[in-house]
Design a protein around this ligand. Structure first.
Ligand code: MG
Length: 448
């Protein structure tokens, strides 16, 4: 069950070379080339050791369909989104398994809007793949290479008060976990005047720890921040779309606070009358912050693209996902850890406060996140059972799994789109409430 290739509208994930093979990636290259309308396709990869091989399979597939490929080599996922949306009419493919362990790899597809495919687009692509509706061109396309890093970074710098950040000469520790950040983040922060200490830079693709930027993986970073007397610590996931941070005193506030601080900075800086958009699993702290500025919060199904589409519809100036995914359309519509770092550093520079002080000013929430391994059949039985039990008596949202909203917190239970698990998230106004919710709902699932 665990090793099955995960093929979903939001992308492909598998273990190389057991379930995710060069064959599969080549065929998806032909399928995407047959599906997508643009002549040019940007391709990049994260640092995983299978990346070069799989990227070349993808490129070969695309070339067969007559597409011209621009190979960016190792590059951040958000950069490809930025290029497509803001610079070159094109589409894109990223060879990455994002925050999954190092033996995984995967594929993320970008439409000509510069965002990952929505459910409808993803379904059409899978149709082309499964039914083999392939368009093979008599004249294959060409490969070129390019480097847009400078343009991309400058686009981010333009959206913040760069001079003010530079003046502060922040001392920052960043844990790049041998991911794409190894090649980009030091430069990004140095150009913002920071004194940078990089952790886990080499060897690329061999992750020193589980690369998901969640509290249990940030303890070494927190220790280093204290030891180096740094102003803050940052951790990116391997393809750089998610960001977590730690405070100068070693406190680890959790990845939910990345988006909260970014939103707060932007609302304090310029205000807005447009709603903030976040997904259903994001901390309720967002509502508290937005309320202070007299604006609403729209919640969407899980999946970056759902947040993006709702933001476009509402003209939102900022939004994202509580998992450390900040979306700031002034740069581009996509989760971006570099944007997150710039917004947090600007917040520090603007207020003159320490990170722990900014966190300390906010209402307290306590969130717990669990993954529960469960068979496909059991998954649906459990979800239906929970739906039935709670729908009549409680405030329940059924847009994506089951979310039960209570006075002092919430519980969200949904099947994952990228892993064979059920995700159980609970949040309460304190630890006791969150733990009570957690034990109430874990009791529905068989223990592993
Ligand atoms: Mg990622």
């Amino acid at each position: 069950m665990e090793n099955r290739l995960q093929v979903s509208v939001s992308g492909i994930r598998g273990i190389y070379p057991e379930t995710l093979t060069s064959d599969v990636v080549f065929t998806f290259g032909v399928a995407f080339g047959s599906y997508v309308k643009t002549k040019r396709v940007f391709v990049c990869r994260d640092t995983r050791v299978s990346g070069d091989s799989l990227k070349n399979s993808m490129i070969t597939g695309l070339l067969c369909t007559g597409k011209d490929v621009v190979d960016l080599g190792i590059a951040p996922t958000p950069e490809i989104g930025y290029i497509i949306e803001k610079i070159e009419p094109s589409s894109g493919v990223v060879i990455t398994a994002s925050h999954n362990p190092q033996d995984y790899n995967g594929i993320k597809f970008f439409s000509d809007k510069g965002a990952v495919l929505n459910a409808d687009e993803g379904k059409k692509l899978l149709d082309v793949y499964h039914k083999r509706f392939f368009i093979v061109s008599k004249t294959p396309g060409f490969i070129s290479s390019a480097d847009y890093t400078e343009q991309y970074f400058n686009a981010i710098y333009r959206t913040v008060d760069l001079e003010r950040i530079r003046k502060r000469r922040f001392r920052v520790v960043v844990d790049v976990c041998q991911g794409v950040g190894s090649f980009f983040t030091e430069r990004f922060l140095k150009e913002m005047g920071c004194d940078v200490i990089v952790m886990n830079k080499e060897p690329a693709g061999f992750f020193s720890h589980n690369p998901e930027p969640v509290p249990e993986n940030l303890k070494d970073l927190a220790g280093k921040v204290v030891e180096e007397k740094a102003d803050a610590g940052f951790a990116q996931d391997p393809d750089c779309d998610r960001l977590a941070f730690v405070c100068e005193n070693g406190m680890i506030p959790g990845e939910e606070l990345t988006l909260v601080l970014s939103i707060k900075n932007i609302l304090e800086r310029e205000g807005s009358n447009k709603p903030i958009v976040v997904n259903l699993s994001t901390t309720a702290l967002v509502e508290e912050i937005a309320k202070g500025f007299g604006i609403d919060v729209c919640r969407t199904k899980i999946g970056e693209i759902n947040v993006i589409e709702k933001m476009r519809e509402n003209g939102s100036i900022i939004g994202g996902e509580g998992n450390g995914g900040v979306i700031f359309p002034a740069v581009h519509y996509g989760r971006d850890s570099f944007v997150g770092m710039a917004l947090i550093l600007e917040y520090l520079a603007r207020t003159g406060k320490k990170v722990s002080e900014l966190i300390g000013q906010m209402p307290k929430y306590f969130i717990l996140k669990r993954k529960i391994r469960i068979s496909e059949e059991q998954k649906n039985i459990m979800l239906e059972d929970i739906k039935r039990r709670y729908s009549a008596e409680e405030n329940v949202n059924l847009e994506d799994g089951v979310k039960i909203i209570r006075k002092n917190g919430w519980i969200h239970i949904r099947p994952s789109g990228t892993e064979p698990v059920i995700r159980l998230y609970v949040e309460g106004k304190n630890r006791e409430i969150a733990e009570r919710y957690l034990s109430e709902f874990t009791s529905y699932f068989p223990s592993p």
